[in-house]
Design a protein. Structure first.
Length: 453
């Protein structure tokens, strides 16, 4: 039997165990190595230190990349032979006219913000500066580090091993293959962008269907413990952090059970990415235990790992694709979303129906809390920023916890998903954002009333 032959090959066993242990240490196992001894995963520590190291020049570099990306896309309009004959360049620069416009807007916003010229609505602290100085560097550094190190998590059998062990839980509860547990753990321990990039990779490799990938990205991109602590501090509820984060986890868990069973997710097809086809096999052979089958699958995956040069090239291409393809869209769409949030009454208007609901739930300062709970669709920081002006500690607790359960933020995750091959659009993302709010708000309020306040 092929699996037994693979298992007996000590070289393949070591190829599974050693890189997988390193991958788990990098992405999944928190250690007391953060600032002031904070527990964090190594990839977060490495990314934060690299970001600090290049902080003096990163914004200038990113602005230049956005300009080059726009110029490349403009050249791509005429489809020169030297570009169309190279799949990577073609995929990067031969794009739809709509995305070309967004790229140019992103480049213009970045340059104006960098040189501090232009209207405050574009280059202000809450709009252009928020995206250029806070969002883009994090995305750029994380995508580079991820591009180099992600193979340790997905190419050497760790996902096969953990996924097989977790399938008895993930499939009945969340209608997902067991390997989706890795996405959630990586997001929870490190950064929700990690989960998005893993899910895109697994979808394009044929391990998740369209429906499964959509479920994961809208339900399992859990905000990391570190970011949750930042939100708690901004809202001055850090003294309640254990209760705060447990409330978030409970609400996210319940929503992850419900959302896959209702529209729009329940109506999505279980088709696989056409270029790859279905690659996943979850059923264990008869008379083979789940732990042994998990180990065999991990070793089998490690036995087929590409050469180091192939992995390196793939990692560099993925990082370049994000730098030249996604960052301009984050700058363009993210800035526009923040302009709408900060300079128009859109979120104030759509939050009116929420005010009587909050009052019925006995939440003080409901009129201030309502827009704070919906504005998170534009950017993950906005609910905490609006919530700082609320006097009631209970209301600040609820606003912060609900914002962390919504998971979908257009300025970052939304742009990544829209640009990816995962079949979700803005309308579906907004609908999922509202559905998650409807599900998690009563849970958060109930826990807050019964056990915290």
């Amino acid at each position: 039997m092929e699996n037994n032959n693979t298992l007996n090959d000590h070289k393949h066993v070591l190829a599974f165990i050693i890189p997988s242990l390193i991958g788990a240490l990098l992405f999944l196992i928190p250690l007391p190595i953060g600032t002031d001894g904070q527990w964090t995963v190594l990839i977060a520590y490495l990314s934060s230190n690299l970001e600090l190291f290049v902080s003096g020049v990163i914004t200038e570099i990113l602005a230049a990349i956005l300009v080059l990306s726009s110029i490349g896309a403009l050249i791509g309009v005429v489809k020169p032979v030297w570009m169309t004959k190279r799949p990577f360049l073609k995929g990067l620069f031969v794009i739809h006219p709509f995305w070309l416009i967004i790229r140019f807007l992103g480049a213009i916003f970045a340059v104006l913000t960098l040189i501090e010229v232009g209207p405050e609505v574009i280059i202000g602290v809450g709009t252009g500066q928020e995206v250029l100085y806070n969002l883009l560097p994090v995305l750029a550094i994380w995508s580079f580090v991820m591009g180099m190190l992600l193979p340790l998590l997905i190419e050497f059998g760790l996902m096969e091993w953990l996924g097989t062990l977790a399938q008895k839980i993930m499939r009945p509860l969340f209608k997902l293959p067991g390997r989706a547990a890795v996405d959630s753990m990586a997001s929870w321990m490190g950064n929700n962008m990690v989960s998005i990039l893993i899910t895109i990779n697994q979808y394009e490799s044929g391990y998740y269907s369209k429906k499964e990938s959509a479920i994961i990205v809208t339900n399992f991109t859990i905000t990391s413990i570190g970011f949750s602590l930042i939100v708690a501090r901004m809202l001055d509820v850090q003294n309640l952090f254990l209760s705060f984060y447990l409330t978030v986890l409970i609400a996210v868990f319940v929503a992850a059970i419900i959302c896959p069973r209702i529209p729009p997710l329940s109506r999505m097809k279980n088709d696989y990415y056409e270029p790859a086809g279905k690659q996943i096999v979850e059923e264990a052979p008869q008379n083979v235990s789940i732990p042994r089958w998990a180990f065999q699958k991990g070793v089998a995956k490690a036995s087929k790992v590409p050469a180091a040069s192939v992995l390196l090239k793939k990692g560099l291409f993925n990082a370049a694709d994000i730098w030249f393809g996604m960052l301009p869209l984050v700058m363009g769409i993210g800035t526009i979303a923040l302009i709408i949030a900060n300079f128009t009454p859109v979120f104030q208007i759509i939050s009116y129906p929420l005010i009587p609901v909050l009052e019925l739930m006995q939440i003080p300062e409901a009129s201030q809390a309502a827009p704070a709970m919906l504005i998170g669709f534009a950017d993950m920081f906005l609910p905490a920023i609006l919530g700082t002006n609320i006097e009631s500690e209970l209301t600040r607790f609820v606003v912060g916890a609900v914002s962390l359960t919504q998971l979908i933020y257009m300025s970052e995750i939304g742009v990544m998903l829209i640009r990816s091959s995962i079949p979700v659009n803005v309308g579906q993302l907004f609908l999922m954002f509202i559905i998650r709010t409807i599900i998690t708000l009563p849970i958060v309020v109930l826990i807050a009333h019964l056990f915290v306040f």
